[in-house]
Design a protein around this ligand. Structure first.
Ligand code: GLC
Ligand code: MG
Length: 714
């Protein structure tokens, strides 16, 4: 089984994950990489983790590698989208179509497509739903955190409407989450809280396809604290050194470093309510008497240069420390190595019979509670959210209403002074976390769910499969090529149906999608596999009318529709076409006045006028009657070449057929082409080319003649 994990944003690598370096590299990244590692230990499984390639001097060189081998059967594959720079996840939306195309092309070159996809977060959900439609591969979705909850939170903080959409792109995210949930075969969450609360406001939520699978923890790293006390030989020099460094670091802050300490460990994020904790501790002489306070909140050099939100949190921390005069009692280490030091900090706290605390009002999952418990450090945390599962499963800490400060204080105090209770919770943590939150158990359950998805998958022929099995692809203009001679059209239709297995059928027309469908329905042609419409500015796939968004994304470069319309408004010879569907996002169409006598001259003048604009566009003249303006990258022919590239289809196996000026770009190498006898005069200048067959018959009869000529039919 070949599994494709997709996790586009953040800094993804196998070793030394830069946990908490920014909001995009944290628990999710850790989870995905660990999942891949555990999967790679299983037999008969191959797994690729797809992420974004980053070539940026501000980030490590590891993220420049296209392929990073994780194990024999597991890799991290980095594909480009949106340039080289490291971008925060909210900025990736416009580039995801590019990612889709690169992923398709990757599957194609390695000649292997996954059996199943697992998409992490909304951006990957978007990519997965596209790939899944093209290849008919089922996908699993895990949102990790959800946009609607975030929106609610941001609104409660008074974030402006403009910032919500311009900075957070929160509405795009929510829309894509809805879509990702709707099309997913299964949604996996880590906790019941996520399933019941976070997904609850989503219209597309369907409880019957949701599964809770608690993730695993790297238990070798989070071994119990008492291994130090019994001098376990597996403790490495590096671990000892890490612990020693932490001890030294704390000594810089604490007068009495041997006292137990209350430990908070989180990103400097306002939602973590670090200020509440300092307040509780600062006001409580009792707590101060029995314990120190240690807050490990990210890594900092110069607070003034940090991101706004973090700066605020850290500044408040320092001010509160000063206000309550906590010098000598409170430590706020500047640096630590997230991967190496974190387990040691927990263990250090446990060795001193301390407590882990989080005053965040809500944690979706609560990884830190699991980590603390695993080393034997009891916790105090909120009685809401993901931690409730941990509490129920392990009984290794105490949950309280975080808004009740007195309650939090009393709970901390009683735990610090009740060694029997402390011991009980500590032992539970060490044992039960190992039973519930281990990777082996996680992956066993995970694979059971994957099997059920694959088992229930309905078999539909995928477009990708179809493109792999046809021998030739016929790309036909409609008006006056397919149409014009009803009898010949029926004959051609019959033959195409008989040979449907070998000959793919696509159309390329100036009409809109709806109008093309409408006229085709009057004929007996087979259902087209692909529809290139609006003179090549749009591509649709027959199945479920799927638009090719990669194509729109590719052609939209330097397109200035409004400016073009304004500029061409000056020409009395041009009249905007009025029929429904003729003006499209990437196509502006005019009728040329019959009174215009010198069309080449008109074209020349238009060209010059448009040349003055900063943009770039493509002019298509047909029958001296229609003028279409398209983005410079768009034409029926370019669309055909794009299809060949995207689906790995040898372009010389494409046969294009047409009669007029808007078909001209379809007659380019290495495509082979049929020009029907009733073609417009101007096409005569491309005669004498072996790839191009000028039929002696009109309309569909000419197409048929050409198919015999090229031996597509015998
Ligand atoms: C079709 C389209 C029209 C276009 C013409 C030539 O008739 O409806 O908008 O100008 O083809 O490409
Ligand atoms: Mg035509």
């Amino acid at each position: 089984m070949y599994i494709a994990m997709i996790n586009i944003h953040g800094l993804v690598r196998n070793d030394n994950i830069e946990m908490g370096r920014d909001a995009d590299t944290g628990g999710q990244t850790r989870y995905v990489v660990d999942l891949v590692k555990e999967l790679s230990t299983r037999e008969n499984i191959e797994v690729d983790l797809f992420t974004r390639i980053i070539k940026d001097s501000r980030t490590d060189a590891d993220y420049r590698k296209s392929i990073e081998q994780v194990a024999e059967n597991a890799r991290i594959v980095r594909l480009p989208c949106g340039g080289n720079k490291y971008l925060r996840k909210e900025l990736l939306w416009p580039y995801l179509d590019e990612y889709v195309d690169n992923l398709i092309s990757y599957f194609r070159t390695q000649k292997k497509t996954p059996d199943i996809i697992h998409a992490h977060y909304a951006d990957a959900g978007y990519v997965a739903s596209q790939i899944s439609a093209y290849f008919q591969i089922p996908y699993i979705f895990t949102g990790h955190s959800m946009g609607r909850t975030k929106l609610e939170y941001l609104q409660s903080q008074g974030v402006s409407q403009e910032k919500l959409s311009q900075y957070y792109h929160i509405y795009t995210r929510i829309k894509q989450e809805e879509n990702a949930i709707k099309n997913a075969s299964m949604v996996i969450t880590s906790t019941n809280f996520e399933k019941e609360t976070l997904y609850e406001p989503y219209e597309s939520r369907d409880l019957s396809k949701m599964q809770v699978v608690p993730p695993g923890l790297d238990l070798d790293t989070f071994f119990p604290y008492y291994h130090y006390e019994i001098q376990d030989p597996s403790i490495t020099e590096e671990m000892k050194l890490a612990q020693y460094t932490m001890v030294k670091e704390l000594q810089r802050f604490l007068t009495n470093p041997d006292k137990p300490f209350i430990l908070a460990l989180c990103r400097p994020d306002a939602r973590k309510n670090i200020d509440l904790l300092i307040e509780i501790y600062g006001k409580s002489k009792e707590l101060q008497a029995v314990a120190n306070l240690v807050i490990v909140a990210g890594i900092r050099d110069d607070i003034t240069t940090m991101e706004e939100g973090e700066k605020q949190v850290l500044t408040d921390m320092l001010l509160l420390m000063d206000r309550y005069d906590l010098y000598g009692r409170m430590a706020i280490p500047k640096h630590h190595n997230p991967q190496r030091d974190v387990p040691e900090i927990y263990r250090l706290a446990a060795m001193k019979r301390g407590i882990f605390v989080s005053t965040a009002a809500l944690e979706n999952f609560g990884l830190t509670f699991i980590e603390a418990s695993a080393v034997g450090l009891p916790y105090v945390g909120t009685n809401k959210g993901g931690v409730c599962d941990i509490f129920e499963n392990c009984d290794s800490g105490v949950l309280v209403d975080i808004n009740n400060l007195k309650k939090v204080e009393n709970t901390l105090y009683s735990l610090l002074t009740d060694s029997e209770k402390w011991q009980h919770l500590s032992e539970n943590g060490v044992q039960r976390i190992r039973q519930v939150y281990n990777w082996k158990a996680h992956v066993d359950t995970y694979l059971k769910h994957v099997d059920s998805v694959l088992h229930n998958k309905t078999k539909r022929p995928a477009l990708a499969e179809r493109m792999g099995s046809i021998e030739n692809l016929l790309v036909c203009d409609i008006d006056n090529t397919l149409t014009g001679d009803r009898e010949a059209a029926d004959e051609l239709a019959k033959i195409l149906k008989v040979h449907n297995k070998q000959i793919g059928f696509a159309i390329a027309t100036g009409r809109s999608y709806e109008s093309a469908k409408a006229i085709l329905s009057e004929y007996s042609f087979p259902e087209p596999d692909i529809l290139i419409t609006a003179v090549g500015s749009e591509i649709y796939y027959g199945i479920k009318e799927t638009p090719d968004k990669g194509w729109s994304n590719y052609i939209r470069r330097r397109w200035r529709a409004e400016l073009i319309k304004k500029t061409l408004g000056e020409f009395w010879e041009l009249e905007l076409q009025k029929e429904v569907g003729t003006q499209r996002e990437y196509k502006i169409s005019y009728n040329i006045s019959k009174k215009c006598e010198d069309i080449p001259d008109l074209m020349q003048r238009i060209q010059e006028k448009l040349g003055e604009l900063k943009g770039k566009q493509h002019m298509v003249l047909s029958h001296d009657t229609y003028l279409d303006i398209l983005p410079y990258r768009a034409s029926k022919g370019d669309a055909a070449h794009y299809l060949a590239w995207k689906w790995g289809f040898d372009a010389s196996r494409i046969i294009t057929c047409g009669d007029s000026g808007n078909d001209r770009d379809m007659f380019t190498s290495p495509l082979r082409s049929i020009i029907v006898a009733n073609h417009e005069e101007s096409l005569n200048n491309i005669r004498k080319n072996k790839r191009i067959f000028f039929a002696t018959k009109n309309h569909a009869a000419g197409v048929l003649e050409g198919l015999y000529h090229f031996k597509v039919l015998s």
